[in-house]
Ligand binder design. Structure first.
Ligand code: UDP
Length: 476
């Protein structure tokens, strides 16, 4: 997407005066126009919307589901967000606002389970969801599922109830497996479920035109795709005074600050950034433009020493030591959204060196604060970052090109100032959560209206069988 224009072509106009239905009898009561909130289910098996953001399992998906959920509730829906309970200490129901809550279902042990081992518990998730509906005496007419395993849950529900199924992939196996060396055992199952979802869900919400193209080229030509991007909280992430932000964080005006925000995960490409910082420092040592002592790399993001992200963090720390960058690099740890805007604002450039990035919330958060972005020319970043206007796009893995791009922004103050303005304007115009929720809301209303016109026609009902997790196969 080179024009930066927001795609609207696939989004149908909202259905006006669509009926508001009672949760208990969603279809029967439609004609009565009872002003009750329509209940909808957002399902996110591993991205707990009530979890702390920035930890291994908690990344963009958590933020997406939580923010979309809260914004949809403000637009008049009753939003129930379902996730897997991963600790006995976690509350079963967390009420975020009067009409938005997280419901944690027991599926498998109430403990952390790596994503690659979670699919076997999905039949239990389906059963727990159905039990919850029974207990509440209702049946959700619409579910928006997130990530392929929740999507599988949605496909099963679609067979037993009249359900409009909307799915967001967040990460696409067909793309992801092109950029990793170790393909997990679950890969074949995931690819098959992702294909079923595209062909059987009522709508796939792709978060960028690139994702839509990938789906068509790599997954299936059959399917209905609506492009609705991710968003950001533009009241939290907005331009504030850089000197004030630096004062609050104890960063001097002289420093040239390069920022990374995100999880410790190999596909995030932190190694590329560390090596690029080393190359940039060597370059600065030979010139006079910037004192190499003033170069600072801030790495923001959480890690748990016992989990996968802890291993990646230790690997990154070793590279920092090997390149003698310990005095240049600060590992800040996890920072909440309440303070993250200070880091984005204090930085001269935010770098997103991912090998693969389905959307990349960090890019729009940084740009919303007016911080230029240097990002890999991949996935959603190709769509959110406009090279030369809101930052620079660089081929993934290319250490020298990253070093050069970061250096360009650090040494050209006038240009960087222009980028700052353009970056924040782009996000405020195109990527607010409210704007995203309005588009989703219109899509939900359109699908619900369609289901009223032709009740009983569930896209998945006539579909071929989706692969079952081992446990379900054994049980059947
Ligand atoms: N994040 C955060 N604190 C941290 C690190 C990350 O709040 O210390 C948040 C970040 O602000 C963003 C999300 O985690 O909202 C990461 O989303 P993104 O789409 O960039 O990456 P993902 O984790 O989904 O791969």
């Amino acid at each position: 997407m080179s024009t930066g224009k927001f795609p609207t072509t696939t989004i149908n106009p909202p259905v006006s005066n669509s009926p508001v239905m009672q949760p208990h009898q969603p279809f029967a009561s439609a004609r009565m126009q009872i002003p009750t909130r329509q209940a909808i289910a957002l399902i996110s098996e591993h991205g707990d919307p009530a979890a702390e953001i920035g930890k291994d399992a908690a990344g963009g998906q958590n933020v997406y589901v939580r923010q979309v959920g809260e914004a949809l509730a403000k637009l008049g829906w009753q939003v129930d967000m379902f996730t897997r309970k991963s600790s006995p200490d976690d509350a079963t129901i967390v009420q975020h606002s009067p009409h938005c809550r997280t419901i944690r279902l027991t599926a498998g042990p109430e403990a952390y389970i790596p994503r690659d081992e979670m699919f076997q518990y999905m039949p239990e998730f389906v059963a727990a969801f159905q039990k919850f509906q029974q207990k509440e005496g209702m049946s959700y007419p619409l579910a928006h599922t997130n990530y392929w395993m929740s999507g599988w849950v949605g496909l099963q529900l679609q067979r037993s109830q009249n359900l409009q199924l909307i799915h967001t992939y967040h990460s696409l196996g067909a793309v992801k497996y092109q950029s990793v060396t170790e393909i997990p055992e679950i890969a074949q199952t995931r690819l098959a479920v992702e294909k079923d979802l595209l062909e059987q869900a009522h709508s796939i919400v792709a978060t960028s035109p690139q994702e839509s193209d990938d789906l068509e080229a790599l997954v299936s030509k059959i399917g209905s795709i609506d492009i609705i991007p991710c968003g950001t909280d533009v009241s939290t992430f907005r331009p504030i005074s850089k000197s004030e932000a630096r004062k609050q964080l104890g960063i001097s005006a002289k420093q040239k600050v390069v920022l990374y925000v995100g999880r410790f995960d190999k596909r995030k490409g932190i190694e590329t950034l560390i090596r690029a910082t080393g190359e940039l420092r060597s370059h600065l040592e030979q010139g006079e433009e910037i004192d190499p002592q003033h170069l600072k790399l801030l790495v923001v993001g959480g890690s748990d020493p016992n989990e996968a992200d802890g291993v990646e963090r230790r690997r990154i720390e070793d590279i920092v030591a090997e390149l003698d960058l310990a005095t240049t690099t600060d590992f800040v740890g996890m920072v909440g959204h309440d303070r993250l805007a200070l880091y984005y604002t204090a930085a001269d450039v935010c770098v997103i060196p991912s090998h693969y990035e389905p959307f990349g919330l960090v890019a729009i958060e940084a740009m919303a604060c007016g911080t230029p972005v240097v990002a890999s020319d991949v996935g959603g970043l190709k769509f959110t970052v406009i090279s030369e206007e809101t930052g620079l796009l660089v081929p993934p893995h290319d250490v020298s090109k990253f070093a050069h791009a970061i250096g360009r922004i650090l040494t050209d103050d006038i240009w960087a100032r222009k980028i700052r303005k353009q970056a924040s304007a782009r996000v405020h115009q195109n990527f607010s959560w409210t704007g995203v929720a309005i588009q989703l809301s219109d899509l939900y209303r359109r699908l619900l209206a369609q289901s009223l016109l032709s009740p009983g026609v569930a896209r998945g009902s006539s579909a071929t069988s989706t692969l079952l997790p081992k446990q379900a196969v054994k049980a059947s």
